[in-house]
Design a protein around this ligand. Structure first.
Ligand code: PEP
Ligand code: MN
Length: 275
């Protein structure tokens, strides 16, 4: 890999990129909490979830419309309709929304409906997609590929910066190891290494990293302690009935308890959940 400095690299220890998404500054003192279902399942569902999550203090609403599923027989998402429902939820409850796109053809619809576009773990090294996204001036939430090293991950982010898109968020979401007791293995080291090497904001997704809802709060606290700039969490109004990732989704009651539980950890890390 190339030896000359990369655009993703820090120029000095204080170098940190920040950018505004509606009313919050990503990468600064503001801690950004992203919550929502794995998949947008219906208009009623996402509206109900947006209302509840806003009330409980989430900052951005997530929801997958184009779903990357291991099996082609699993629910693939509501696609463009799902994005429209997210947009309606966003307008009604004043929440920025983030959703995943898997191909270039999905970019126009996502631009129309989302504040932030997500590149999922499975597309972390889809270099043509990254090149297309580098031409946008819209924030990109680039998840770490579960088989991608930190050095390779930074090169994926470099594709976005090289094309001129400077609004990039990194997200550790677990890697595949020999361990099978959890869905993936949360790499807390990467949060620290990424912050040391790069000026880009770094988030964590303990939902996909563990695959188990009851483990999520403790891994989230580890991420806060390791300096994460934000979290992405899966929450569902009825996890048992979720069309995807129900096992790792917090119920409303669990999410509400979680918000109370993390408050002192956020303060101790010198960050703030307040608007
Ligand atoms: C998701 O956020 O629902 C998702 C599919 O995440 P990942 O790409 O990290 O598996
Ligand atoms: Mn999911």
């Amino acid at each position: 890999m190339q030896k000359t400095p990369l655009l993703v690299e820090k120029k000095n220890s204080l170098h940190k990129s920040t950018f505004v998404v509606r009313d919050r500054i990503v990468g600064a003192r503001d801690f950004t909490l992203i919550a929502g279902p794995c998949s947008v399942e219906s208009k009623a569902q996402i509206l109900e979830m947006a209302a509840a999550l806003k009330e409980m203090g989430a900052h951005w609403l997530r929801g997958g419309a184009f779903k990357p599923r291991t099996s082609p027989y699993s629910f693939q998402g509501l696609k463009s309709k799902g994005l429209e429902y997210l947009k309606e939820a966003s307008e009604r409850y004043g929440l920025p929304v983030i959703s995943e796109i898997m191909s270039e053809t999905q970019i126009p619809a996502a631009l129309e409906c989302c504040d932030v576009l997500q590149v999922g773990s499975r597309n972390c090294q889809n270099f043509r997609l990254l090149e297309a996204l580098s031409e946008l001036r819209k924030p990109i939430f680039l998840k770490r590929g579960f088989g991608v090293t930190v050095a390779e991950y930074l090169h994926s982010a470099e594709y976005l910066l090289k094309g001129g898109n400077e609004q990039v968020i990194l997200c550790e979401r677990g890697i595949r190891t020999f361990e099978t007791s959890t869905r993936f293995t949360f790499d807390v080291n990467s949060l620290i290494v990424l912050q040391e090497k790069s000026h880009l904001p770094v988030f964590a997704d303990p939902s996909h990293a563990t695959g188990v809802a009851r483990y999520v709060p403790r891994v989230a606290k580890a991420a806060i302690a390791a300096g994460a700039d934000g979290l992405m969490l899966e929450v569902h109004h009825s996890p048992d009935k979720a069309l995807s990732d129900g096992n790792q989704s917090l119920s409303f009651k669990e999410f509400s308890a979680f918000m109370d539980e993390i408050r002192p950890f956020i303060s101790a890390a010198g960050r703030s959940l307040e608007p």
